[in-house]
Structures are given as C-alpha cells and as structure tokens.
Ligand binder design. Structure first.
Ligand SMILES: [Zn+2]
Length: 164
C-alpha cells in the first residue's frame, strides 16, 4: 500500500499533467489515476475490486427488479413452464480429454490489468498493450522474488559470520 502511494507520487512528480487524472475511490477512498475522460469525477470506484464489486451488485439488483416486475414474473413463469417440455436426447459422454497444457492461471484480475495498462499508456504517451502489461507484471514479480531471496541469503551469510 505504502509502496503504491510512493509510486503514485513519483509518477505524479514526473508527469505533473496527470494530476488532473488523480481521483479517489468513493467506496474505499484509495487514490488512483483515472482515464482523462473521467478527470475531475469523484464518483468512481477503484480498479482494485470496488468497481467490479459495485457493478456486480448493481446488475444483481437490476435483474431482481426485473423479475419482481409483473411482466418479468410472467416471463419467468413462461420459461419455467417451457423447460420440462423440452426433449433432451441422451448425450453420449465425451471421451476423457488428455490434459492439455494449461496456460498459467491468471493471477491478475482483468480490471486491474486494464487499469495498469491505461496508466502505463498515459505515462508512456503511447498505447501499451495488455500483453505488455502482463509481461511487465511477471517481470516485476520475478525480480521481487530474486531480491527477497538475496536478502535472505545475505542475512544467513551475516548470521554465519557473526553467530549470535
Ligand atoms: Zn475502492
């Protein structure tokens, strides 16, 4: 979190024109950069989970409201009555597929990747692709692991030299 704010601050220092894009999540109050077309808005959800959570909730409310409506209810009844009449021929179960090499599970949520992509594009001044963002994130994560390991190794070496 602190790291994120330090990064945000250094970005804003280097690119003062992006200050106009700085906004705050209306749910969790975190600061984040938004697209220039949303500059000055203060009713946005952050890309770190709030926006998505809010959208899901809104869509659930919409569909609940739809089915509460008499017309929606009728539609649902129709659907329910139609269902048993449908004849489903027995399907032969497909033969087990050999395990295909799975692509590495996505570690990053789509809205987060899109946010990083947008901010990176703003900073760079050209369109950064999703793929580039994923590559960059993978690289950063790898470097961090190496750094952390190095620090542990150093500590172990130090302890060996100066046993407590
Ligand atoms: Zn938030």
């Amino acid at each position: 979190m602190l790291e994120y704010y330090l990064l945000l601050r250094s970005v804003l220092r280097a690119k003062p024109h992006l200050r106009a894009c700085l906004t705050r999540c209306r749910h969790c109050r975190i600061f984040f950069l938004t697209h220039p077309r949303n500059a000055g808005r203060h009713d946005l959800g952050c890309p770190f989970g709030c926006r998505e959570a809010h959208r899901k909730r809104a869509s659930a409310q919409r569909s609940a409201a739809y089915y509460r409506h008499p017309k929606g209810k009728g539609k649902k009844r129709d659907l329910n009555q139609r269902r048993p009449r449908q004849y489903c021929p027995p399907q032969p179960s497909p033969p087990p597929q050999p395990a295909a090499p799975q692509p590495r599970p996505a570690q990053w949520s789509a809205p987060l990747v899109e946010h990083v992509r947008m901010v990176a594009s703003l900073i760079e001044g050209w369109r950064v692709s999703r793929r580039q963002v994923l590559e960059m994130l993978a690289r950063v994560l790898r470097q961090r692991t190496i750094c952390r390991r190095r620090k542990i190794d150093q500590t172990v070496a130090w302890l060996n030299e100066q046993p407590p």
